[in-house]
Design a binder for this molecule. Sequence first.
Ligand SMILES: Nc1ncnc2c1ncn2[C@@H]1O[C@H](COP(=O)(O)OP(=O)(O)O)[C@@H](O)[C@H]1O
Ligand SMILES: [Mg+2]
Length: 193
Amino acid sequence: MTQIAMSGVGVSFGATRLLDDVTFTVGAGDKWGVVGRNGSGKTTLFRLITGVMEPTRGQVTRVGGLRISLLEQHRDFGDATTVWEAAAGPFAELLELERSLAEQATALAVVHAELILIHPFRDGNGRCARLVAMLMGLQAGLPALDFGGIRGEKKRQYISAVQAALSRDYAPMIEVFRGVIGTTLKSVARTSF
Ligand SMILES: Nc1ncnc2c1ncn2[C@@H]1O[C@H](COP(=O)(O)OP(=O)(O)O)[C@@H](O)[C@H]1O
Ligand SMILES: [Mg+2]
């Protein structure tokens, strides 16, 4: 699907024609490189793409809802520690959310695995441990966790995650909780929109 399109675009500054008849489309997932000498018009091209500048001739179109992140040539990366974080600057809130969800999955998984191991699968301990996870999630601002998806193959994964936790390998349980949090958030999104 076309994300950005230029059609017959021209830019003139007074009598100087900087760009002439520029036509291209950028599709979803495309990776483009723009190469040119100093002063050949690369920055101008980006100014057209972001919409801070209108072309003298032709049309620039962007798909509805498109968000553009531009690293300025003379840049201040702020607190970013990776190129990806710097480029995703405008999406910092989403990155933060992703990070906090990952942290929550880890905290829930470790507590859950330890609770299960204290008293494995007896006297409703599994249910009790799920309730505790749900309460921890609620306290962290998550909706009530939906464990309903842990059936069949997922159930086998869950049981081997408990076994892995016996030797303090919590990674498989973290994976289980990432799944549970993901399923929960998706079903909440479905019912509220
Ligand atoms: N607003 C403007 N008015 C007049 N000339 C400009 C303006 N913006 C850019 N130019 C000129 O257009 C040319 C291309 O600039 P630019 O797009 O910054 O090139 P690049 O990024 O490839 O080095 C340069 O010669 C620059 O001086
Ligand atoms: Mg430039």
